[in-house]
Design a protein around this ligand. Structure first.
Ligand SMILES: Nc1ncnc2c1ncn2[C@@H]1O[C@H](COP(=O)(O)OP(=O)(O)O)[C@@H](O)[C@H]1O
Ligand SMILES: [Mg+2]
Length: 326
């Protein structure tokens, strides 16, 4: 029986912005009614075009911003209702690595100080913290001589290794990786992904890997959630979602990606039209209908309901429901 680490229930995050001198509030529905369960030891990929709400989802999960509605349940504890002690524990259990090394590390701190800081903040004696920093560098396969380096002296790949070492130092159970390889050269990307896979296996970690890159998803994740304008439109086992996408948006993403199998080349694919769309002026009905080659009148009027298939694969689409007679 798989053990659930994270559950998002009807999660919403709306930002309010005011336009010009108008006092009328405009809502940006960055996360709109998201449900997701992540099991212990799983690698979940979260994919979608830029602006679809992926980073906002990570920030809500990390409790860096409060949800507008719904809840995040972590190991059975609801984040919005957690006591101070529960919160303190959770902070050590969930770690994050962002895309941009600059936002992971302070430019004025040596590698040693960067890695030690979270430990010192949690009350660890300096000597023990120093040893932990040395050990963590070994984990990310870097020479200890880098402990005295400053971020500007390191390459992108080395910086990302340090960010991972720092994330690991408090022995987290879950790591959220927001575009962990997007800023890196392609040759370095695979090294970092392999390192992440090794660490996941050694420590039985659970990952949420956020990316717009389907290559990363295919390489690393067990299951994948596809996000479009604040909603998860498809969720299922990675190979299944990539090889047999059920939502037209996923299909469009796959067709737009250069990773397809060579024998897929002759398959007829549609090229997705239009821009990713705006979270401010959301289309009526199904948010994807203006770009969907299969859209009918019904899609313009009503939001689709999530269909859960017996294997757990989920899809949020009228056309699929109609074809399958659900
Ligand atoms: N603090 C904020 N205030 C207002 N809008 C925001 C804020 N943070 C994010 N957004 C908006 O939320 C939407 C989703 O952004 P984001 O989560 O960064 O998407 P992604 O990571 O998928 O590119 C964007 O339209 C973005 O402009
Ligand atoms: Mg982002």
């Amino acid at each position: 029986m798989s053990e659930e680490v994270i559950e998002l229930k009807n999660l919403k995050k709306y930002f309010t912005i005011s336009k010009g001198i108008s006092t009328k509030k405009i809502y940006v529905k960055a996360i709109d009614d998201v449900n997701l369960k992540i099991n212990k030891g799983e690698i979940i990929g979260l994919v979608g075009e830029s602006g679809s709400g992926k980073t906002t989802l990570a920030r809500v999960l990390l409790n860096l911003t409060k949800p507008t509605g719904g809840s995040v349940v972590f190991n059975g504890v609801n984040l919005t209702k957690a006591t101070r002690n529960e919160m303190k524990k959770l902070r050590t259990e969930v770690a994050v690595v962002f895309q941009d090394p600059a936002s992971n590390l302070n430019p004025r701190d040596t590698v040693m100080n960067s890695i030690m800081r979270p430990l010192i903040l949690h009350g660890m004696p300096k000597k023990t913290a120093r040893q932990k920093a040395i050990d963590s560098l070994e984990l990310v396969k870097m020479d200890v001589r880098y402990l005295n380096s400053y971020p500007h002296q390191l390459s992108g790949g080395q910086l990302q290794r340090i960010a991972i070492a720092r994330a690991l130092v408090l022995n987290p159970k879950v790591m959220i990786l927001d575009e962990p390889t997007s800023a890196l050269d392609i040759s370095v990307q695979a090294q970092i992904l392999n390192l992440l896979l090794d660490l996941q296996e050694s420590f039985g970690l659970t990952y949420l890997v956020i990316t717009h890159d389907l290559n990363v998803i295919r390489y690393i994740s067990d299951r994948v959630a596809v996000m479009y304008l604040g909603k998860i439109v498809e969720f299922g086992p990675t190979e299944e979602v990539i090889n047999n996408p059920k939502h037209p948006y996923t299909e469009g993403l796959m067709a737009a990606s250069p990773i397809m199998d060579p024998h897929d080349r002759d398959k007829e694919k549609y090229i997705m039209q239009g821009d990713p769309g705006s979270l401010i002026n959301l289309p009526s009905g199904c948010h994807f209908h203006p770009r969907c080659p299969y859209a009918s009148e019904h899609c313009k009027e009503e939001s689709p309901q999530i269909i859960v298939l017996p294997d757990g694969h989920q899809v949020d689409c009228h056309k699929y429901a109609a074809v399958k007679n659900i």
